[in-house]
Design a protein around this ligand. Sequence first.
Ligand SMILES: *Cc1c(COP(=O)(O)O)cnc(C)c1O
Length: 373
Amino acid sequence: MSMSFIDLGAQQTRLRAGLDRAMARVLDHGQYIMGPEVAALEAALCKASGAAHAITCANGTDALGMVLMAWDIGPGDAVFVPAFTFVATAEVVAWVGATPVFVDVETDSFTMDPESLRRAVTHSVTLGLKPRVVMPVDLYGLPADYVAIEEVANEHGLKILADAAQSYGAARGGKKVGTFGDATGLSFFPSKPLGCYGDGGAILTSDAELAATLKSIRVHGQGTHKYDNVRIGLNARIDTLQAAILLEKLTIFDEEVAGRNKVAHRYSDRLGNTVATPQVPADATSVWAQYTVRVQDRPHVQALCKDAGVPTMVYYPIPLSQQTGYRHYPTVPGGVPVSERLAGEVLSLPMHPYLSDTDLDRVCETLAKACTV
Ligand SMILES: *Cc1c(COP(=O)(O)O)cnc(C)c1O
């Protein structure tokens, strides 16, 4: 009786008939690129998030990179990213020739520390860089502290590009993901809370001019017609089939987010005395892309979980400031001690809306055993 870390099979069983019909419709009309499902998905994302514009694209990494391209971010520009995130956040900065500057995160929320950001901005100027963009990451599904980050951004004229690859559907301070900052990048990688059956992504923004530029970048920098190329672009469209799949998944998405929250609350009730459980600020909701605890002797705990058939994962074991491909980039003065500590302590537990009470009990009992010395 094996337990899944993320159970995409249960979701597929639930949606299979609708998915089959949706995919058959695409095969019937044959518009595999930019078919009607793409526009329908963009409209659905706007309606659900409250964003004025949604531009779908090939994946979450492209979503972030395209915005930096649209803003003409390049050599000499500093872009502030948390050291504790998936590599794509910093990767796109390096793509455009700009300098990622690593900022520390907060222990309880795992998201960017606004005071560390402030120090990093000052430092970037002393390095001769021009502070241009901050990319807060909504790690594990919880929106970053955008109110505090916006304050720093406004002081220094920074644009805010939210990396919401893990947090579509969450909210903070009465605002939904997709309406924070100047633009928001989403990922529909299969294991994200809203995932397709391949790669997919989107950008949400209220800026009409940015939206128009992004639509051009998405198709080779297209101008007024197919063979008019007004800028350097990409081939970064989402497949019509993936858009069709996402439209089906959206029909149960709110219910699934509620299911994830139920699992998270049960975990927190049961595990509060055993391990450091994730904290959600009073004004925020999370979509629980991961339920991530902190433990002291992680190799020991992970081994015992493995023996008990409880799958666990570590997101992420190495801060970006220590990655071989990235450690030559600047880090905030004083370093990123919280990111370094978290990289050694975090442990993500099985999390999906279909996790049974029996499995949840087994996870909690195993952790309780593993953590008592
Ligand atoms: C998944 C992820 C991305 C990249 O998304 P892809 O669709 O895999 O390209 C970027 N940032 C974060 C924080 C992610 O979790």
